[in-house]
Design a protein around this ligand. Structure first.
Ligand code: FES
Ligand code: FES
Length: 161
C-alpha cells in the first residue's frame, strides 16, 4: 500500500504493507529514532508522536491509519516554539534524564499544556502515568511541567501585546 501523509511539515509517501507499524516505518524508512520501540503493547509511552495533534503510541498504529494524516515526531517538535517552553521547564526543574524516555516526556508535557495551561495535580498525574521511566524522579518531572506551563503562559501573554 502507498501511504501519503505529512511528516514534520513535509508531504511524504511510502510503500509498505498496510499493517506495518508506524514506529518501525519511522525508523527504517525515515531514520527517525526518537519514537522508540519499548513494550510494543501501548503501555510504556516511548514510541509516542503527535498524530493529528494528539499524543499517540506508534507501536499500535498500523500504516493504513496514517494515510492522509499529519504527524509530528520529536525530531520535528524540537524545532517549534512550544518546545522551548518544555525545554526551559525541564531544565529549571533540574531534570537530568538518561534521555531514553525524554521524547515521550516532552510530548506528554506539551499535550497536557495544549488542553490546560494550569494543570491540577490530578491532571498532571493522569497525563504522566503513561510514561515508564526508570531513572528520573517523578517529582522533578512534575516540577518540570509546572515550570513549562509558566513559561508557556508568559510567552502567550507577551504575544498578545
Ligand atoms: S512501545 Fe509503544 S507504548 Fe511501549
Ligand atoms: S530518563 Fe532514563 S528512562 Fe526515563
Amino acid at each position: 500500500m502507498t501511504v501519503e501523509f505529512t511528516l514534520n511539515g513535509a508531504e511524504t509517501r511510502v510503500s509498505v504493507p498496510s499493517d506495518t507499524l508506524f514506529v518501525d516505518v519511522l525508523r527504517s524508512e525515515f531514520g527517525l529514532s526518537g519514537a522508540r520501540p519499548g513494550c510494543m503493547r501501548g503501555q510504556c509511552g516511548n514510541c509516542a508522536v503527535l498524530f493529528e495533534g494528539e499524543l499517540t503510541r506508534t507501536c499500535l498504529l498500523p500504516m493504513f491509519r496514517v494515510d492522509g494524516c499529519e504527524i509530528v515526531t520529536i525530531e520535528g517538535f524540537v524545532k517549534s516554539k512550544e518546545f522551548t517552553d518544555i525545554e526551559y521547564g525541564f531544565e529549571r526543574a533540574g531534570m537530568d534524564p538518561c534521555r531514553f524516555c525524554i521524547a515521550s516526556k516532552i510530548l506528554v508535557a506539551h499535550s497536557l499544556l495544549l488542553t490546560e495551561l494550569e494543570p491540577s495535580d490530578l491532571e498532571i498525574e493522569r497525563a504522566t502515568s503513561g510514561v515508564w521511566c526508570r531513572c528520573t524522579s517523578y517529582s522533578s518531572f512534575v516540577e518540570g511541567i509546572r515550570f513549562a506551563a509558566r513559561a508557556r503562559k508568559r510567552r502567550y501573554n507577551e504575544r498578545s501585546f
